[in-house]
Design a protein around this ligand. Structure first.
Ligand code: AP5
Ligand code: ZN
Length: 217
């Protein structure tokens, strides 16, 4: 299966993709994570992306497509993928259509996580993750059972993203509305769009997504 999660920063794409990964054996493919790994590794793509990401703007389609194509070639993606944060522009959406067609695959569902902008600033500013396993947490909405200790792996080092401050979140929201929101119409026209209310509790949203994934697979 090929599923796309669309939504602004803080909508819960990463949170939900990881839950679907655990439950349905799909592979989460986050271009944000791949880009952050490239930045950390200091590759040419990472060097070009770093300042753009810190400003909350979109990295160029060329760089993103090259990184995504490489990742799609790895065998673990054959069982099915959840695209988290990709595509984000019409150019990327068209390139994805071509790539899937060449592989004999198709999009089962493009899921738009529908949220309110103002709530997103709070969600993103309060977010942190386990440095060891990447599990996501939030100061208010999702705290570990023992403060400072990861529920999943027991790790005690938590980290925050450089672009998770209120000012950069506003740039990221603006980029979403200008460049990514048009994809909702793009997928509606293809007949694969599903809208999910993502303002509710994490588990409620997960239940709604689970129903869509089951129907699609
Ligand atoms: P990326 O890493 O994709 O970030 P993003 O789209 O801004 O999304 P986030 O990771 O901020 O939010 P999310 O929806 O995953 O929310 P989460 O589940 O963490 O991209 C970063 C940058 O990389 C971009 O700005 C761009 O520069 C570049 N980039 C990436 N892909 C690109 C592409 N394709 N093209 C060009 N450039 C690209 O949830 C947020 C918080 O809220 C968490 O703490 C969570 O615990 C909490 N939470 C989640 N759900 C709920 C809920 N229902 N109720 C309460 N709290 C919740
Ligand atoms: Zn952990």
């Amino acid at each position: 299966a090929v599923l796309i999660l669309l939504g602004p920063p803080g909508a819960g794409k990463g949170t939900q993709a990881r839950m679907l990964e655990d439950e349905y054996g799909l592979v989460q493919l986050s271009t944000g994570d791949l880009l952050r790994a490239a930045v950390a590794a200091g590759t040419d793509a990472g060097k070009a992306a770093k300042a753009v990401m810190e400003a909350g703007e979109l990295v160029s389609d060329d760089i993103v497509l090259a990184i995504l194509q490489d990742r799609m070639q790895e065998p673990d993606t054959k069982a099915g993928v959840i695209l988290d944060g990709f595509p984000r522009t019409t150019v990327q959406a068209e390139a994805l259509d071509g790539l899937l067609q060449a592989n004999g695959q198709k999009i089962d569902a493009a899921i738009s996580l529908e949220v309110e902008d103002e709530a997103m600033v709070e969600r993103v500013s309060g977010r942190y993750t386990c440095a060891n396993c990447g599990e996501g947490y939030h100061d208010t909405f999702k705290t570990p059972k023992v403060d400072g200790v990861c529920d999943k792996c027991g790790g005690t080092e938590m980290k925050r993203r450089a672009d998770d401050n209120a000012e950069t979140v506003r740039s990221r929201l603006a980029a979403y509305h200008a460049q990514t929101a048009p994809l909702i119409g793009y997928y509606e026209a293809q007949g694969v769009l599903q809208r999910v209310d993502a303002m509710g509790e994490i588990q409620t949203v997960a239940d709604d997504l689970g129903r869509i994934v089951k129907a699609a697979s």
